[in-house]
Design a protein around this ligand. Structure first.
Ligand SMILES: *[C@@H]1O[C@H](CO)[C@@H](O)[C@H](O)[C@H]1NC(C)=O
Ligand SMILES: *[C@@H]1O[C@H](CO)[C@@H](O)[C@H](O)[C@H]1NC(C)=O
Ligand SMILES: *[C@@H]1O[C@H](CO)[C@@H](O)[C@H](O)[C@H]1NC(C)=O
Ligand SMILES: *[C@@H]1O[C@H](CO)[C@@H](O)[C@H](O)[C@H]1NC(C)=O
Ligand SMILES: *[C@@H]1O[C@H](CO)[C@@H](O)[C@H](O)[C@H]1NC(C)=O
Ligand SMILES: *[C@@H]1O[C@H](CO)[C@@H](O)[C@H](O)[C@H]1NC(C)=O
Ligand SMILES: *[C@@H]1O[C@H](CO)[C@@H](O)[C@H](O)[C@H]1NC(C)=O
Length: 404
């Protein structure tokens, strides 16, 4: 394990040599090492697709497919904002469209959300994929792009003008009562941010940032520097649910990177710094509670709760995304070594937790957050997001064969 800051000096040194001897730099071109085999990852993905039923599960599955299978079109890739009108054949994004087409075709008439749901905040998790599907017109009969566009406008309209709001203006995660769940940070703000970026709509982009801020205002617990799970309404859950903290960190990363790729990057410079701080805060404070074998517990700060590998995977993914963001945007300025070591232990734990059918084991029940479960669609997606985040981190560091 070599500290990333030390690596930066190595890079600078290599670059100096490169300049002196006038030869192209030796940049890694072999694929970075994955702890899981291609066959295992294919099984993880297949189980994810079989198991994803809820709106947020489908939205999360689609997001992980972007990151893992079609990285150039994901929020972390080069073509996220400058979308081609027609996709190259080799990048047909068919696995994402299988989800979005199903959502569009089964959407009952008269609803405003992408899917019927008791949660106001979960269907918007599909928003990034729906925007992508609308924007990259395929053959008109296949895409029904007018159907996509109308669904997007309805969902946006619902989220921004119809969904109940907390007294501080945070958009409720529930439809039937005002209630904030940390989960929502992964579901709604990234959709708002992508809409704002594609449509160059500063108001909607600001709403993405503001919703993160308003959620943090009510969920952040300064005594441990972590987010509570659920506040307001009936059925609060004031514990530091690990998946909720990971949802928040990963959602913040998506909003941050979307802003940074948009035409508002200069205008919203202060907001980006704030988002960096908020992501770092969660990542750093969560890993303090990592168990010796690399796992997080279902409630990070509650040692009586069980080991949960789903949140462990998503937090590790967010850690690599944050480290990559710092590598690219402010090399050498932020020392992530400690959190990256934790993420490395987490990743190794995850690789030991995939069973022979491709299921991630030791997971919380995603439909009943205090309970141990057996199968988790979102957990499957987090494994793909983690491997994609690690792969992209390694290539951002660009140091040949040095192991990080
Ligand atoms: C999409 O691409 C994959 C792999 O490149 C291919 O197997 C599949 O047939 C393509 N699907 C469509 C709808 O073109
Ligand atoms: C749908 O995509 C087209 C570009 O293909 C774009 O002009 C239009 O504004 C998009 N609609 C929505 C709601 O994003
Ligand atoms: C296209 O979308 C419209 C509006 O949602 C719907 O009425 C129509 O059946 C759709 N067509 C296809 C081919 O899916
Ligand atoms: C948003 O919803 C309201 C109330 O349902 C409706 O009056 C309005 O036309 C909608 N706006 C758009 C842009 O669809
Ligand atoms: C990791 O440690 C926890 C206790 O801290 C235990 O409950 C869990 O089963 C262990 N996981 C693995 C995969 O060994
Ligand atoms: C956005 O990213 C670029 C590099 O892609 C970086 O130079 C810039 O500092 C970033 N902006 C902020 C405010 O972090
Ligand atoms: C970065 O942090 C690690 C662990 O916290 C520490 O050992 C190392 O010295 C730090 N590196 C720099 C350059 O400050």
């Amino acid at each position: 394990m070599i500290p990333s800051v030390a690596l930066l000096y190595v890079i600078l040194f290599i670059q100096c040599i490169g300049l002196v001897i006038g030869r192209p730099l030796a940049v890694r071109d072999d694929p970075p090492p994955l702890l899981l085999t291609t066959t295992q990852l294919a099984a993880v993905e297949a189980r994810m697709i079989e198991q994803s039923k809820g709106s947020w599960e489908l939205g999360t599955a689609a997001q992980s497919l972007f990151e893992f299978e079609y990285p150039s079109f994901s929020v972390y890739g080069d073509n996220f904002i400058s979308l081609p009108r027609s996709l190259p054949k080799s990048q047909n994004v068919s696995k994402v469209f299988a989800i979005t087409d199903l959502v569009l075709q089964t959407r009952p008439p008269g609803i405003l959300s992408f899917m019927p749901d008791e949660a106001a905040g979960d269907p918007p998790s599909l928003g990034v994929s729906m925007l992508f599907a609308n924007w990259t017109t395929r053959s008109p009969s296949a895409t029904n792009s007018s159907g996509y566009a109308a669904a997007i406008i309805d969902q946006l309209n619902y989220s921004l003008t119809r969904a109940p709001r907390a007294p501080n203006n945070a958009i409720s995660h529930r439809a039937d009562q005002v209630q904030l769940w940390s989960d929502s940070v992964y579901m709604l703000p990234p959709f708002l941010a992508y809409f704002g970026a594609l449509h160059k709509d500063l108001g909607v982009m600001r709403a993405a940032f503001d919703q993160v801020r308003l959620y943090r205002d009510l969920l952040f617990d300064g005594s441990v520097g972590l987010w509570r799970h659920i506040v307001l309404g009936n059925g609060e859950d004031l514990g530091h649910w690990s998946t909720g903290n990971a949802w928040a960190a990963a959602g913040i990363m998506r909003v941050l990177v979307t802003i940074n790729k948009s035409s508002f990057k200069d205008q919203l410079a202060a907001e980006q710094k704030t988002l960096e701080m908020w992501a770092l805060e969660i990542v750093h404070n969560m890993w303090k509670y990592q168990q010796p074998n690399g796992t997080l517990l279902n409630y990070a700060t509650d040692s009586t709760t069980f080991a949960d590998s789903a949140s462990t995977a998503l937090l590790a993914a967010a850690t690599y995304r944050l480290a990559t963001h710092f590598e690219i945007s402010k090399p050498g300025q932020v020392n992530m070594t400690w959190s990256l070591s934790a993420a490395g232990r987490a990743r190794s734990l995850i690789s030991r937790s995939i069973d022979s059918d491709g299921w991630l084991t030791n997971v919380v029940d995603p439909w009943n957050y205090p309970a141990r479960g057996t199968r988790s669609a979102e957990g499957q997606a987090f494994v793909l997001s983690l491997e994609a985040a690690y792969r992209d981190y390694k290539s951002s560091v660009r140091v040949g064969t040095v192991e990080v």
